[in-house]
Design a protein around this ligand. Structure first.
Ligand code: UGA
Length: 454
């Protein structure tokens, strides 16, 4: 089939490449010529494992092209995936739909759209419930035969290619049998491989995405709230999470305590969900999501406070090493990165801060030019008074704590991602603190292996 993918950010670039990989003839569209140039040259504009290969294969096969022209897109295909961003509006937290509307308007203004009676716009962007219906009305005013469907995307950055080619489900919010048939045809290879296809109305499809991200955010904030309780009573949230997660009704995933969630999706999506629910007079139904957000923000402040206590109560004249800048491992995305938020807060409180990240330094430097960055962990940790482990890159788990202890001034580490081996680090002479877990001191320390809660 011939398809266009409008918007080539994380979602659109991966979707376009994966649709070409599935055998479709794909035209990706974006207003940013630099991005289109990179994608045309099979260079992903961001770090995403496996994407470069797919871009290359799609281009080689002649099934994947990119353009900045929406008019060209309107003439290229009858099926258009809308993958543009829906950023957070600063004041209200509501989703800004201007890019979605601009894309739809630009398509409809083309003479060629809808003339054959079969144009289908398939939204993939995360939008407030009711958006598909509103767009359908807008579209029909100018293109009588056009229809709108909503097909939310559940890909995770860092495993986006796998998540798109092997999704756990395909949710198809449709307004007609014709739209459902078109979606089934597009995803035929995945359906043949056994991927469940859930067909529903557009409002439910929009909600599935919002509710899924809200649930994941709630799960993370739940365990982080438990970490706060554990701190107060010297209990261990790591063990608590493991024991809770062993119950299959709860499950271990997204139950890792620590610094909390960030990125371009979870934080903005729960705020947009709250804003939309308030518009609908349903503020009470989603009031808990405000608390989920607040618990999440609090973990950043708690981590800063813990580090400040560890360096003696003030960051003045202290050197802080930060491991991690990306909002999560496997990505160079620093949007709403908890790691960078902590690094910047520590800097503003007077510390000299040096930040390491294996992939995200360029993006982090652009967002926070006032921080110092290095690609060498030893350089970042040199003479540090405390090391903050803030993004769970596998490289940090593999560090040799004995060697690193030789580099720092004081071997104290805050494991805000609960993934460093506590025994190995304390044996190597480190005092290891993690929110929600009793402090672990080196075996030779006066207060024994397990110290008081921080
Ligand atoms: C999230 C969802 O997982 C995807 O299903 C969804 O498609 C995507 O948002 C989206 O809306 O586009 P993503 O933002 O790539 O994907 O990242 P996640 O893997 O969900 O992680 C989100 C944040 O939660 C990260 O900061 C991560 O470090 C944090 N996290 C995750 C925790 O703090 N604890 C956990 O146990 C798990």
């Amino acid at each position: 089939m011939r398809l266009t993918v409008i918007g080539t950010g994380y979602l659109g670039a991966v979707h376009a490449a994966c649709m070409a990989e599935s055998g479709h003839d794909v035209l990706g569209v974006d207003v940013d010529p630099a991005r289109i140039g990179a994608l045309t040259a099979a260079r992903p504009p961001f770090y995403e494992p496996g994407l470069a290969d797919l871009l290359w294969r799609g281009a080689e096969a002649g099934r994947l092209r990119f353009t900045t022209s929406l008019a060209q897109a309107a003439g290229f295909a009858d099926t258009h995936f809308v993958c543009v961003g829906t950023p957070q509006q600063p004041a209200s937290g509501a989703a800004d739909l201007s890019h979605v509307e601009a894309a739809v308007d630009a398509l409809t203004s083309s003479q060629r759209l809808g003339t054959d009676g079969g144009t289908l716009l398939i939204g993939k962007s995360t939008v407030p419930v009711g958006t598909a219906d509103r767009l359908a009305r807008r579209l029909r005013a100018t293109a009588a035969n056009a229809d709108v469907a909503w097909n939310p995307e559940f890909l995770r950055e860092g495993s986006a290619v796998h998540d798109t080619l092997r999704p756990e489900r395909i949710v198809a919010g449709v307004r007609s049998a014709h739209a459902e048939a078109r979606l089934r045809e597009i995803y035929a290879p995945l359906l043949a491989a056994g991927v469940p296809f859930i067909s529903t109305d557009t409002a439910t499809a929009e909600l599935v995405k919002l509710a899924s991200n809200a649930f994941l955010a709630t799960k993370i904030s739940f365990i982080n709230a438990m970490a706060e309780v554990c701190d107060a009573v010297a209990a261990d949230v790591t063990t608590l999470a493991r024991a809770m997660g062993a119950d299959p009704r709860i499950g271990p995933r997204f139950l890792t305590p620590g610094l909390g969630f960030g990125g371009g999706c979870l934080p903005k999506d729960i705020r947009a969900f709250v804003a939309r629910a308030e518009e609908l007079g349903l503020a009470e139904s989603v009031a808990f999501l405000r608390e989920v957000d607040e618990i999440n923000q609090r973990q950043r402040r708690r981590t800063v406070g813990l580090a400040e206590r560890l360096v003696g109560g003030s960051f003045e004249n202290r050197c802080v090493a930060v491991l991690g800048a990306a909002f999560k491992p496997g990505s160079d995305d620093v949007r709403d990165s908890p790691a960078l938020a902590v690094a910047d807060a520590v800097r503003r409180r007077g510390a000299e801060v040096r930040v390491h990240d294996p992939e995200a330094i360029d993006a982090a430097r652009a967002a926070h030019p006032e921080l110092q960055f290095a690609l060498d962990v030893n350089k970042v940790c040199e003479q540090a008074d405390v090391v903050l482990h803030l993004t769970d890159w596998p490289q940090y788990r593999a560090l040799d704590p004995a060697a690193l202890a030789e580099v720092v001034r004081i071997p104290t580490v805050v494991d805000a991602r609960h993934s460093l081996d506590p025994v190995a680090w304390s044996r190597a002479g480190w005092t290891l603190c993690a929110p929600g877990r009793p402090r672990l001191c080196p075996p030779h320390a006066e207060d024994g292996v397990v110290g008081p809660p921080h």
